[in-house]
Design a protein around this ligand. Structure first.
Ligand code: P6P
Length: 340
């Protein structure tokens, strides 16, 4: 008897059964995201072969040049999600404001915020990059277009979140609040197959991940934490190992599997970086949901990421995320409770 192959679609349906009021819309929505992931994976994996690399000429709202794959990935997500008819609105890193559902499509009961291709500046270097998504139920009455109120919900309200990482293999990692599950794409027949059941992040890791080139702009607490992490105290398992890929999904995924901490704190390099660089709605919140479901923590240095009440769809937050004990220690330094 061949081993039972658990596919993503079967798993999503089983997860849906855990939610008594679930209708099937949830299953359809996650399946739409998986489809977009497969399409983006196909193009990411042949990016070097066709003229899809290089600057698209467009810029996003931060003035960052958009890679052609950015533009393609955003379009793939928008199309897959609009056709599915499960959303009342969506938000993307690549769009200025709310993306409405076109009038000739049904209005659904969910919201999806996504970063269609995070880490895209690494595309030409063949570094792992990813799609990150966050799903909420709408809070305004059904049937009408979604509004800011539907989008600007605290991360605690998420009903599902996850990412697709395009690396040595393509994996979709997601949670609906009942644990974290990883599926690896088998390109031979285009199915995501369960490869990581009920993922749990080690309580303490041996790796810290931060861009140390900003050390002269950090607040004292962050400097003290990194100095502590690098100090040679073998009986305490230090120095911690430094690993920084510069692609959030890749750095996060490594820590999720092996343990460790990723930090992107605010800094004083410019006023716009006081709250860091990463975005609450479609980077910090979804990864915070995943890491908490895996037994880890995500904080802005002072409070849980998912407790933050958003004020803007593109708002930035400092992000300290990973193994529970490592995040607790980093918070103590950032809050001045520890100096060494
Ligand atoms: P820095 C990639 O551009 C990204 O948005 C994240 O994927 C990554 O963690 C971060 O920026 C890297 O930023 O300032 O270290 O280059």
């Amino acid at each position: 008897m061949a081993n039972f192959v658990q596919t993503l679609n079967r798993h999503i349906i089983e997860q849906e059964r855990l939610h008594p009021k679930a209708t099937g819309a949830f299953t359809a929505l996650l399946t739409d995201i998986a489809l977009a992931g497969k399409i983006i994976s196909y193009h990411v994996n042949k990016a070097g072969l066709v003229d899809i690399l290089g600057k698209s000429g467009g810029v996003n709202i931060y003035g960052e040049k958009q890679e052609k794959l950015d533009v393609f990935a955003n379009r793939a997500m928008v199309r897959a999600l609009v056709h599915g008819g499960q959303l009342c609105a969506m938000a993307s890193e690549e769009a200025d404001g709310i993306i409405p559902i076109p009038s000739d499509y049904p209005i659904g009961r969910y919201i999806c915020c996504f970063d269609p291709l995070d880490g895209s500046s690494n595309i030409e270097a063949n570094v792992s990059i990813g799609t990150i998504f966050s799903i909420f139920k709408r809070v305004t009455p059904d049937g009408k277009p979604g509004t800011d109120a539907d989008i600007l919900q605290p991360g605690r309200n998420q009903v599902a979140a996850g990412y697709v990482i395009y690396g040595s293999s393509t994996m979709m990692v997601y949670t609906t609040g009942s644990g974290v599950y990883g599926f690896t794409l088998d390109p031979s027949y285009g199915e995501f197959i369960l490869s990581h059941e009920n993922l749990k992040i080690p309580k303490k890791g041996k790796t810290y991940s931060i861009n140390e080139s900003y050390i002269d702009y950090w607040d004292e607490g962050v400097v003290n934490y990194v100095r502590w992490a690098k100090k040679a105290v073998p009986e305490d398992g230090r120095p911690l190992n430094s690993r920084y890929i510069g692609s959030l999904v890749a750095d996060f995924h490594r820590n999720l599997l092996y343990g460790g901490i990723f930090l992107y704190p605010g800094d004083n390099k410019s006023p716009s970086r006081k709250q860091g660089k990463l975005r609450l709605m479609y980077e910090a919140n979804p990864l915070a949901f995943v890491v908490e479901q895996a037994g880890g923590r995500a904080s802005d240095g002072y409070r849980p990421i998912m407790d933050i009440k958003p004020t803007d769809v593109h708002q930035q937050v400092p992000l300290i995320i990973g193994s529970e004990e490592d995040v607790n220690i980093a918070e103590d330094f950032i809050q001045g409770k520890r100096k060494e």
